[in-house]
Write a protein that binds this ligand. Structure first.
Ligand SMILES: Cc1cc2nc3c(=O)[nH]c(=O)nc-3n(C[C@H](O)[C@H](O)[C@H](O)COP(=O)(O)OP(=O)(O)OC[C@H]3O[C@@H](n4cnc5c(N)ncnc54)[C@H](O)[C@@H]3O)c2cc1C
Length: 450
């Protein structure tokens, strides 16, 4: 008979997920479907921690007319299980919009609509998540010199909770990237907060915005601010000659295929570098062609009408930024002539991209068990499991931060459904290994029954 756990023992799970963005929502769905289908000894127990008070996917960029950059068929489930009832199509059916969506003949829903789909899906697995809980520490549980479990500490206000797990799935997403040394203020924004910041302006009537960057977010910010503030001038500053279109042609799109992950993983370093080079323009520093066309038409219309308030300062960089109590004084330098132009703005928006959150940063003592390559990058297996030394027997899985090993889909939605299926299979396979069964039986009196 199994011994009862001490009253203060942390709850033990097969898996703890850090973050509950689309990647870990998909993970929760995959294991819920697995448990419903197989159950019994194969049941996978899990809990997720999300620091936001409720589900939210890039809320600051839910611009009303922005569309998804990925087909709705690459939702949280379909590429793994086309029969899943967590699909975008089932969501549409539940909202009474299936027929109307189909008549629209588009693969690319509105971003707000996909956000609503994510929320709908997340709500169906919300028994597995604690919102408003930020994971602040991970500690190894050492037994006979090996680490079979980790303790995960999550903070909610002044309270902390500790849960124990055999596997961690880290899906902590992206962080806004500001230029070196620049802090966000009430007048200096990163585009990730666009809508929140605009709301906070209240009745103010800004006369000029400067937007730095030439990627999708930059172009969306320029277009939105221009539309939202009909009296304001919007100046786009970027070092390119013009916005470049995203390559979403069919052959190039194969770089997002599940098979492309395997090819990339297997390829030598030099080929990996080339693939990212060749196909970076499917995702990085590029803009939807429709948005480019809209901006150009708008700009030309203003030229004809003599009402110019959309300005493009191309082949340029911000040479200086000085914030005063009521303005941001920017100096824009032409990279052609070196000429400097002073532009006083009410708001300066940096649309300077995102970086992956430091995936291993939370691991504390556990991190020293994780192996790195010669370039200092974390080593990750094909199944997204971090390569560790033999003393660490629990699994650390990464959703994101694997571009160097798994390619361009690492931080995107394209491969999420398939990736979580692979992670789940890996967790089950490790659990079935005979020697790990033996280890578990000898070292774990308090685990949930498998
Ligand atoms: C504006 C915008 C639009 C995009 N559009 C597309 C698109 O159309 N198609 C596409 O493929 N990709 C798109 N992307 C890329 C984007 O990375 C993915 O869409 C998606 O967000 C990845 O999901 P995720 O769950 O891995 O990360 P995230 O969505 O970033 O979620 C991570 C979650 O982890 C939480 N978290 C972080 N640290 C902790 C912690 N310590 N404790 C608890 N919780 C924590 C965060 O609060 C967050 O909710 C877009 C990105 C942006 C910024």
């Amino acid at each position: 008979m199994s011994q009862a756990p001490p009253a203060d023992a942390p709850p033990i799970h097969d898996l703890i997920g850090i973050g509950f963005g689309p990647s870990n929502v998909a993970m929760a769905i995959a294991l819920s479907e697995h448990n419903a289908r197989v159950g019994g000894r194969e049941t996978v127990t899990a809990h997720f921690f999300e620091r936001q008070p409720r589900f939210g996917w890039h809320r600051g960029m839910l611009i009303d007319d922005a569309t998804m950059q990925v087909s709705f068929l690459k939702d949280l489930v379909t590429m793994r299980n086309p029969a899943s009832d967590y699909s975008f199509l089932c969501y549409l059916q539940s909202q009474g919009r299936l027929v109307d969506f189909v008549n629209g003949k588009s693969l690319f829903p509105l971003r707000v609509e996909f956000h609503d789909y994510f929320e709908w899906a997340a709500a169906r697995v919300d028994d597995l998540v604690s919102y408003g809980h930020e994971v602040v520490a991970v500690r190894p549980v050492v037994h006979d010199g090996v680490v079979e479990y980790v303790d995960v500490t999550a903070r909610s206000g002044s309270e902390t909770v500790v849960h124990r797990a055999r596997n961690l799935v880290i899906g902590t997403g992206l962080r806004p990237r500001m230029p070196e040394g620049v802090q966000q203020t009430d007048r200096i924004w990163h585009n990730s907060d666009l809508l929140t910041r605009v709301d906070a302006l209240g009745d103010a009537q800004p006369s000029r915005f400067v937007v730095v960057g030439a990627g999708q977010s930059a172009a969306e910010n320029v277009s939105y601010l221009h539309r939202r503030f009909p009296e304001a001038e919007v100046c786009a500053v970027f070092s390119r000659y013009g916005y470049s279109p995203a390559d979403d042609s069919s052959f190039a799109n194969r770089i997002f295929d599940p098979d492309a992950v395997g090819d990339y993983f297997t390829a030598p370093e030099e080929t990996k570098r080339k693939l990212l080079d060749y196909h970076g323009n499917t995702n990085y520093s590029v803009v939807d062609i429709d948005l480019i066309d809209d901006l150009y038409r708008q700009s030309y219309r203003e030229q004809v009408l003599g009402t110019r308030r959309l300005r493009f300062l191309n082949v340029s960089r911000l040479a200086e930024v000085v914030e005063t109590p009521d303005k941001v004084r920017t100096t824009v330098e032409s990279l052609v002539t070196g000429e400097k132009t002073a532009l006083d703005a009410d708001v300066l928006v940096y649309a300077t991209g995102y970086r992956t959150a430091d995936t291993l940063g939370l691991l504390g003592e556990v991190e020293k068990h994780c192996r790195r390559d010669d370039a200092g990058r974390v080593r990750v297996e094909r199944d997204y499991r971090v390569t560790t030394d033999p003393e660490l027997r629990c699994g650390i899985y990464l959703q994101g931060g694997t571009e160097h090993t798994h390619g361009i889909t690492s931080s995107l939605l394209s491969n999420t459904a398939v990736r979580v299926g692979e992670i789940l299979t890996s967790i089950l396979d490790h659990r079935r290994e005979p020697d790990s069964d033996r280890r578990r039986n000898t070292s774990d009196e308090f685990s949930t029954p498998l």
